[in-house]
Design a protein around this ligand. Structure first.
Ligand SMILES: [Zn+2]
Ligand SMILES: [Zn+2]
Length: 299
């Protein structure tokens, strides 16, 4: 997993520079509204992760399982041909699909992933929000099966870093649909749907580099011209405080665990889907109605 952090750290200045350039073009050249507070919150999330959390918290919950899987691997897959590298990228993306799907449907993982969806804006700056707690949740466990099958951990986590870097450009709202590429690759259009909280779009398009696994496993939805995306969480987070952003869903999880009356309820709280709070559908309905009113007023 150290490889993932190294590659991302290497690319970090370029990622921030391009996100800033996008912000300047939108705000200064095109004179459109740009949420600089959300931009600074995204920057704080990224800087905090790169230079504080990763520097002082080298611990990874999945580390021992990764070591064990590699020591007892079934095969050793040499990466000395283009075909083997392509296979690595495809299998890593398949593993990423399930990691990402579980990150939306299992609250323990959602507590970290909610940060990526916490911005109410969809832009390149928001792409860098990942939160600070990913390594402590065991997210790396999703890549253990492919390591056990014979892919060495180093290349697996370099592929994971490349997968995440690929997804950076997907957070551009201004890139239109891309013709035949939409059938195979994850594109900005598909990822706009993924970041939308509209009920028609919610929990769709989990792919990293490819969109084929969503098409195969029934989680694909195409962006519709008649249904603009409303970005952010179902119950929007209004705060731009990086601490609130990093821990708001953990606080909500702790609150629900505290309120749970049995160990069965506590377990359901941890591994059940987010939004099972009895008040959640009500809040979602209120937000939806407010969106409808805003849409009507704008029209
Ligand atoms: Zn997601
Ligand atoms: Zn995203």
């Amino acid at each position: 997993m150290a490889q993932l952090i190294q590659v991302l750290r290497f690319a970090f200045p370029a990622v921030i520079a391009i996100a800033t350039l996008e912000a300047i073009v939108i705000a200064v050249v095109m004179r459109r509204s740009y949420n600089w507070r959300a931009y600074l919150a995204s920057l704080a999330d990224a800087l905090g992760r790169e230079y504080l959390v990763y520097a002082f918290l080298p611990l990874s919950l999945a580390g021992p399982a990764i070591d064990l899987a590699w020591r007892h691997r079934l095969f050793t897959i040499p990466l000395n041909s283009a075909a083997a590298v392509v296979l690595l990228v495809i299998v890593q993306d398949f593993s990423y699909y399930w990691f990402h799907r579980c990150s939306h449907r299992v609250r323990w993982f959602w507590a970290t992933h909610a940060i990526h969806h916490s911005s109410n804006e969809f832009n390149l700056a928001a792409a860098s929000r990942f939160g600070w707690t990913g390594r402590l949740t065991g997210a790396g466990l999703f890549f253990v099966p492919m390591i056990w099958a014979g892919f060495a951990p180093g290349p697996v986590f370099i592929a994971a870093a490349i997968n995440l870097l690929y997804q950076f450009w997907l957070h551009a709202e201004w890139i239109p649909k891309l013709g035949w590429l939409e059938y195979v690759l994850n594109t900005p259009s598909h990822h706009r749907v993924h970041h939308a909280a509209n009920p028609e779009y919610l929990d769709r398009n989990y792919g990293g580099i490819f969109i084929v696994f969503d098409r195969l496993f029934g989680t694909f939805v195409a962006e519709r011209d008649d249904l603009p995306c409303r970005y952010g969480l179902v119950t929007p987070l209004r705060s731009n405080n990086p601490i609130v952003i990093a821990f708001h869903e953990w606080a909500a999880l702790a609150r629900d665990l505290w309120r749970a009356r049995s160990w069965r309820e506590r377990l359901a709280c941890l591994i059940g889907p987010p939004g099972d709070d009895p008040a959640a559908p009500l809040v979602a309905a209120v937000v939806q109605e407010a969106d409808r009113q805003v849409g009507r007023a704008a029209a």
